[in-house]
Design a protein around this ligand. Sequence first.
Ligand code: UDP
Length: 244
Amino acid sequence: MSDDAVPAEATFNRVMLKISGEALMGDQGFGLHPPTIERIAKEVQTVHDMGVEICMVIGGGNVFRGLSGAAQGMERTTADYMGMLATVMNALAMQSALEGLGVFTRVISAIRMDEVAEPYIRRRAVRHLEKKRVCIFAAGTGNPYFTTDTAATLRANEMACEAIFMGKNGVDGIYDKDPAEHDDAVRFDEITYDEVLAKRLKVMDASAIALARDNNLPLIVFPLDEPGGFKGILAGRGTYTKVR
Ligand code: UDP
């Protein structure tokens, strides 16, 4: 089916898109790469144009990860707060790219910084979604020792999203072993959260998995680097792995 043949009405009404901070860095290996951010923003725009209400969580690993800071002798919670601040920069960059395309957005921060982003107020965020504003949830959960996967799962539950879409670069789903290292790696079409935990597959951290599993929130892992991929996956096309 061509891209244009995707039905105008999507199969989902409200979704969470989770991408890692590294998705924003392009080939640079670090930081933010504006053309890459714009490309992702265009993917989001096409889904927004279908009338789907979109929540986003972007990681911070392209700038700072708490665990790496701690490994180099920093105090862990301070390092984690730095990681959370990195996600705010990424959220602002995505906001700028989306608004440049004419998509209205709100950056909603779990850590108060009123001059930069709205504070998180659940009912207000829901209202933004109803008004078709893309809500970019920044600063993770606002707590150290968590990851943005947990933040995405938490907000997806709070916002009553129907699924989390985890966009990946260079991989089209979940494999039984790393496909970059093993030619015989096999992709799962569908797998349960319990199997992900039992097989120790690196999909999301265990607290995020538990939160999604216990609230019956499906996770769809799909390739974000295929043009039209996000829109296609929402219409049930393309390759992906569904976790439930
Ligand atoms: N972080 C945190 N609490 C949260 C979310 C994130 O402390 O609720 C910190 C943590 O240090 C993490 C960093 O922010 O390493 C960046 O987030 P993450 O590693 O999830 O980013 P990604 O790997 O998705 O780019």
